[in-house]
Ligand binder design. Sequence first.
Ligand code: GDG
Length: 486
Amino acid sequence: MSNRVADISKAAQAGGMAVALADTLRSREGLWLGWNGRISDRRSEQNTTPDISHINNTTIATLPLSAREHEGYYTGYSNNVLWPVFHARLDIAQFESGYFERYLAVNRRFAQALHPLLKPDDTIWVHDYHLIPLAMELRKLGVKNPIGFFLHIPVPPAQILLAIPEHRELARGLAAYDLVGLQTKVDVGNLIDYLQDGAFGQILKDGRIRAFDREMAIASFPVGIDVEGFVGQRARQTRDRNPGIARIIGVDRLDYTKGLPQKFRAFSRFLAQNADYRGKVVLSQIAPPTRESVSAYADIRNELETLSGRINGRFGELEWVPIHYIHRSAPRRTLVDIYRSSRVGLVTPLRDGMNLVAKEYIAAQNPHDPGVLILSRFAGAAEQLKDALIVNPYDIDEMAGAIKTALEMPLEERQEHYDSLIDGIKRQDTFMWCRSFLQALERVGRRGTLDVPRQPLDAARKALQEIELARVHPRVRPNRIAPDPL
Ligand code: GDG
């Protein structure tokens, strides 16, 4: 179950999760239910009979949303409350009355649509923040099957979650799952902390959590990519059009969580501090539009257009434009070449569940002459990719310093970083993610037990300390200068 159902016949174009799920569904019989992306009239609010189609072993079941449901469940509660709060942006969350009721109602309708299609030995896997209450609604209908939940976005510290007016209802919803999967150990620590403080949960001896009279396991399953599949779709060998110019690449949905203004400012600071690099380096930022119905997305778009214009106006010359800002989606098969021909991958979200772009950038590199990844310490990927140049995306000087370090890193050092990074990315790939989650869910569903760390809060603390240690890269020391006008 997920909010949107991807076209699995085109999964290779649709990104990590769709590819992983499509592969899992190919190897076992399955059914995928969710919204079909269409908005219909009020009558659809009563509709619990999905449209059914079949692709090989997989049944695809979809339902439309009414305009009222789309506004309350999708734009409202999911994207104006849960998305900002889980990314620690309480300042832009819109806690409006009515959103939660419609969020719950859509979850109830999806549960009613799924219920008659279920078989007694089915395992149910629910994806992401749109569908937190789904298991609770299924349990109300008498469903006893193992139900697992995977959250693709990060979990913020308890104090932030407590600001959601309906946090207890959401916690009750989570407790209806047998297994809750999160991206990182830090997320696991934050959720357990919150369940203890805000929902009176208890850690049991076997590491599971007891809350609302139910027991659930909480563990991290870091999402990976399909390395071979991604690199294999490479469209063509591009010649370097500007051999004298080094490219820094950014690929992020245009979202306020991705730290794009800070990235642009850091590049500007780098150019201000390193005049000898002017004319020799460009930042290409691909930022396709998303969720344009949400007003915070229009604000970030305006901010970026102004910033890139200012920076290009300040430093640009007739034959050199420092920032290439592209507000369109690039075809997926061209991404490998774009990443591979870039000296630096600049992935600096303010907060991110995992961040697959960081892994794709490394996967696409030429092992004999790899580029360097600069990665935000606040991306979930930082828990695994500690051999990247780890930076604090709020520290513009540190990022400017990291850009210089990356551009000047000797080949041998680049290869060392790459070898260690690609190894982890290949080991913890998308297939391992799917397999390990489903195996854990089946085990916990059958026996009620799971090998989760007995001391999850200690594991989370250790993970945070290790990231902080990785950040203090000896050569990324800020070279502070007078304040920059940008
Ligand atoms: C959520 C969580 C978590 C991007 N621009 C283009 C394009 N993309 C592709 C990338 C990558 C995917 O979209 C983006 O994945 P991310 O992980 O970076 O970020 P979110 O979209 O925010 O994803 C995130 C993820 O779920 C999985 O659990 O990692 O933390 O927020 O595959 O390559 N693809 C094409 N053109 C573009 O312009 N074709």
